[in-house]
Write a protein that binds this ligand. Structure first.
Ligand SMILES: [Fe+2]
Length: 494
């Protein structure tokens, strides 16, 4: 690891101890210590297992997240900006687990190492000089942090970040193999949120391209055969699209009324995130793309709202039913930036909603399904109706301003919430559902959750029985170090 990275780790420790973390009863905000650089990279090695890992749980949980918080002494300005590290925990089905974690060796990191200094602007971090900001703005020369999600496609592993191309990693040892364009399908960007549609035996994704027009490329990645670009649509303005959702027949986008102040961005005044303005008067544009007729999308505008993540969506007659975490506006972006330095000034504030979209009539009706503040929604069955949505959630202790400190299972049909505590100072990531082999119904499986233990200052993958998640972890596989908080991950069955 770079010398600069080690130095920041030390500084982080000092800060944590001065905050009193680890003293008796002082667990408040213990999550802060996880925002220190990854302390160690390694290939697969045995993990200490606590409890009994289930027989039948065989395969690997891959996750990625920002894992260096500065570059050559220059602190990043937003959680989204850290250099990515991919972690992997491989369950052997016989009670054992092995873990690996490695930084993605991006071309951008290599360029900074060659120069011996910071070189790139990022989402919430300005370029080191105005000139560099201008060049990056004109040429799109960004650092591909690969820090947002992972995709396993046709047996290959990719780390994803929405402003760049996928980065392929070795599935054996997480070594970085390089950026890929997926059979030439990816023009410039590939979002970190592909969605699989079992009925079509294909995953779908998009990329947003900034240029004279703001364009939305749509991609199809079949289980067999080549990836292809379905179509390219033009967006209403210089906005940001983080996620979308797929049903068996449609791709659905809620395009938020963010507008980038292009001149400021080009001349390097402020970071990208600072230059995104919330323009509610423009409304949120709903785009429904028929997968079999992608050049005939249905588009209409509804009163403004924002979303980072979708849970699932499905077809119901002529309607599309969409479960997602909804926000009134873009204020959650401040939480995502401020959390690096301690509790944010205001709660993140999203809750699980259900929207019913009628593409022919051009209507969207919406209803909150559970009042618990949450994020990172996951379900058992993609592109289908699910009774349960699993989320990372907040207890009252953090009041929504700190890190997620519990899980919740939301019964979408009834609107009821099962809160799942993992213990004091335990901070979960997004819960990933893994189906039990020959699993019979929606809950027949496990939840795999990368958890930061703020008391031990170590991370583990906790395994919960999805039939009774309120019981808490039935087993944990422990790294001997902390893994900085991750955004998204996926499980590859053995
Ligand atoms: Fe995301």
């Amino acid at each position: 690891m770079a010398t600069a990275a080690r130095r920041v780790s030390e500084a982080g420790k000092a800060e944590a101890s001065s905050a009193g973390v680890g003293t008796a009863g002082a667990t408040a905000h213990a999550w802060r210590r996880a925002f220190r650089d990854l302390p160690r990279e390694h290939g697969f090695e045995p993990l200490r297992v606590e409890g009994q890992l289930p027989e039948g749980l065989r395969g690997t949980l891959y996750r990625t997240g920002p894992s260096l918080f500065s570059t050559f002494g220059r602190r990043y300005g937003h959680w989204f900006d850290g250099d990515g590290a991919v972690s992997a925990v491989r369950f052997d089905g016989g009670g054992g687990a092995r873990g690996a974690v490695k930084l993605v060796e991006s071309l951008g990191r290599k360029e900074e190492q060659r120069r011996g200094r910071a070189h790139y602007p990022n989402y919430g971090t300005t370029a080191p000089t105005a000139w560099r900001g201008l060049v990056a703005g004109l040429t799109g020369d960004l650092k591909n942090t690969a820090n947002t999600s992972v995709m396993i496609w046709q047996g290959r592993l990719y780390a994803l970040m929405e402003a760049c191309r996928p980065t392929e990693l070795s599935i054996e040892d997480l070594a970085t193999l390089g950026e890929r364009d997926l059979d030439g399908a990816v023009v410039r960007t590939f979002s970190a949120h592909p969605h699989y549609v079992p009925a079509r035996r294909a995953a779908y994704n998009f990329g947003v391209r900034y240029g004279r027009h703001i364009e939305l490329d749509l991609f199809e990645l079949p289980d067999g055969g080549r990836a292809r670009r379905l179509t390219t649509l033009t967006l209403p303005g210089a906005t940001m699209v983080h996620d979308f959702i797929a049903t068996e027949r449609h791709l659905v986008f809620f395009v938020p009324p963010l507008r980038l102040r292009l001149f400021r961005q080009l001349v390097g005044i402020g970071a990208f995130a600072d230059n995104l303005r919330w323009r509610p008067e423009q409304g949120t544009e709903v785009i429904v793309v028929p997968i079999d007729a992608p050049d005939r999308p249905r588009r209409f505008t509804v009163p403004a709202f924002y979303q980072w993540h979708f849970a699932t969506a499905f077809e119901r007659g002529d309607e599309l039913v969409v479960d997602y975490v909804r926000y009134a506006d873009f204020a959650s972006n401040h939480w995502l930036g401020e959390i690096l330095d301690g509790p944010a000034r205001s709660p993140i504030g999203g809750t699980l909603h259900r929207a019913v979209v009628d593409p022919a009539r051009g209507t969207l009706t919406d209803e909150e399904r559970a009042a618990v503040p949450c994020e990172f929604p996951r379900v058992a069955r993609a592109a289908q109706e699910n009774r349960f949505v699993y989320v990372a959630a907040h207890s009252d202790a953090e009041a929504g301003r700190g890190m997620f400190d519990r899980l919740a299972r939301i019964d979408v049909a009834r609107g009821s919430i099962d809160s799942i505590a993992l213990g004091p100072a335990q901070y979960p990531s997004e819960p990933v559902f893994v189906r039990r082999p020959d699993g019979r119904d929606e809950s027949d499986g496990w939840l795999l959750v990368l958890v930061y233990d703020g008391m031990a200052d170590k991370s583990c993958v906790a395994v919960l029985d999805a039939r009774d998640p309120a019981r808490g972890a039935i087993a944990r596989a422990w790294f001997d170090h902390h893994v900085p908080f991750t955004f998204h991950g996926n499980f590859a069955p053995a």
